[in-house]
Design a protein around this ligand. Structure first.
Ligand SMILES: [Zn+2]
Length: 535
């Protein structure tokens, strides 16, 4: 997409707009919102370092637009957008803003370092949102949308507008709003199915109606943003493409509010695999898909379901004998995509005990990770420790190490020691010693229904909290008896907020303890950050 810098001046819009449109005739713009909507997934909060890593990987993946955050929402969001705008060079970096002056000003400041910037303004247009949430009449909403698109255009050449809850809005009113914001200078108009209510045929026809009814619809790129509450986000997005949408908003692994957003990998691979139906393409480097999915899963702590299309562990495995037989005879009998097209199957033996720092760093680079000096030193130390316990270190193990390094949550509680006693006729008993705030050791013991439960109860005694474990999953990062165990958990604090935690170790009880401490530390950290933000 053409460069559109944030500047203090009003640029000449229309020529650029027309050229852009030509360029995107058959090109579907991939607008990734993993870092904004995806981060709104319950339990998925990401810190700045993690967001930058994901943004860099999205750049390698080849997305056209990265929605990096909602700058006015918090200091952390502002900084994330600002820092991503500084490091990302290829994709357009986008910030979200309500149709309000303060939001747009904040967004503009956050995007200042961007090579190519976009301000995304939204305002609800459905009766239910206007009446109960905004308490405004149609005419006021129309004026507000127009006014703030114009305001945003004063600073930014590239403005996108979203009529929130579009799929439940009155169609005539929606068309009037779309027309007005295009006149006001919006280059992209995004039609969100905010609550995931639409169905494919209906949503496609909504896009078609907007295209035909809105007199200036050819002056802007039509986009869609679908939620997955009925499991229809991808279908609705594809139906929109068939009916003229040229931009898709989506996320890695389909993360997002509630049931999530349309999954980037599913949309891209559907377009690629069924070119005969869709006749359009994207700039996504599909071989980067799997790696991106893994990175996002590790950093958010949200595990991908095994049967998830494209990136699930089972997406390319064939169990039934008759299928295996068919595949061996001719692959296309049961396979419509090649696993290597999305970067699956590349797990190799890469490093061992004798590998040096340089080899370690080079391998990380190949995996798309560049660490700063200090992080690299400590990640290398972890690698050495691991290589002592485990003969072969795989890519997946390296990513697990890096992910722990990137976690910049202060370790208020650190594991010093743990011991489990168990026997045939009595409950397991765990003794745990934690180093608290780097200055005192506290030891506690507890019984439990199993060794992990006993450990968690002992930790609760030390931290003096009532934490509820919502989710616990264990998987091995690679095959083999000495594989690293990776535990992901989600906990709910006594105040009702949810955080996720992860831990890896060759010992699964230790991985479980680390995951729990990670979550508790994260919880304390976010609480502290929130308290600071509220000052
Ligand atoms: Zn959304």
């Amino acid at each position: 997409m053409n460069a559109s810098h944030v500047s203090e001046f009003i640029p000449s819009p229309d020529e650029v707009g027309a050229r852009d449109l030509m360029k995107f005739m058959k090109h579907i713009v991939i607008f990734d919102t993993t870092l904004r909507d995806g981060e709104q997934s319950p339990g998925a909060s990401l810190d700045i370092k993690a967001k930058i890593e994901i943004a860099k990987q999205l750049e390698r993946l080849g997305v056209d637009v990265i929605e990096a955050g909602f700058p006015i929402a918090s200091k952390g969001d502002f900084m994330a957008v600002h820092n991503i705008a500084s490091v990302v060079k290829g994709p357009i970096v986008c910030g979200l803003a309500r149709a309000r002056k303060e939001d747009i000003d904040e967004c503009r400041q956050a995007l200042r370092p961007a090579k190519q910037a976009r301000v995304h303004v939204f305002l609800a247009t459905s009766e239910i949102h206007m009446k109960y949430k905004l308490k405004k009449a149609e005419e006021e909403i129309l004026k507000q949308a127009e006014e703030f698109v114009k305001y945003a255009r004063r600073f930014c050449d590239d403005v996108e507008f979203s009529p929130e809850d579009a799929s439940r809005s009155d169609i005539d009113f929606l068309c009037r709003v779309v027309e007005a914001v295009i006149y006001a200078g919006a280059k992209t108009v995004n039609i969100p199915d905010t609550v995931g209510y639409a169905t494919p045929i209906e949503f496609g026809s909504l896009i078609k109606t907007i295209k035909t009814k809105v007199s200036n619809s050819n002056k802007a790129i039509l986009s869609v943003h679908c939620h997955n509450d009925l499991g229809l986000a991808v279908s609705n997005s594809l139906s929109a493409i068939k009916n003229g949408a040229k931009q898709i908003e989506c996320t890695i692994n389909g993360l997002g509010e509630r049931a999530g957003n349309a999954s980037l990998e599913e949309i891209v691979m559907a377009l690629n695999t069924r070119k005969d139906i869709f006749n359009c393409g994207t700039s996504i480097k599909t071989e980067e898909i799997y790696k991106t999915s893994r990175l996002v899963s590790k950093l958010t702590g949200i595990v991908v379901q095994p049967n998830k299309a494209i990136v699930g562990r089972n997406a390319f495995s064939h169990e039934a004998g008759v299928h295996q037989d068919g595949i061996l005879k001719k692959r296309t009998t049961y396979e419509i995509m090649k696993p290597e097209d999305v970067g699956v199957g590349g797990t190799q033996l890469v490093l061992g005990k004798h590998s040096g720092k340089h080899a370690f760093q080079e391998r990380l680079k190949k995996l798309g990770v560049e660490l700063e000096k200090n992080d690299l030193i400590s990640a290398f130390q972890r690698f050495k420790d691991l290589a002592d316990k485990k003969k072969e270190v795989f890519d997946e193990d390296l990513l697990a190490i890096v992910e722990e390094e990137l976690e910049s949550v202060p370790e208020t509680y650190k594991l010093e020691y743990f011991n489990i006693k168990r026997g045939k006729n009595f409950q397991p008993k765990a003794t745990i010693k934690l180093l608290v705030e780097d200055n005192k050791d506290i030891e506690e013991s507890s019984d439990g229904d199993g060794p992990v439960d006993a450990c968690y109860k002992a930790i609760d005694r030390i931290t003096n909290r009532k934490v509820k474990l919502l989710d616990y999953s264990l998987k091995s990062t690679t095959g083999g008896k000495d594989a690293l165990g990776e535990v992901s958990i989600r906990i709910k604090s006594e105040f009702g907020n949810e955080v996720s935690g992860r831990g890896t170790s060759t010992d699964i009880i230790e991985a479980s303890v680390k995951a729990y401490l990670n979550a508790v530390n994260k919880f304390l950290f976010t609480k502290e950050r929130k308290a600071k933000a509220e000052l």
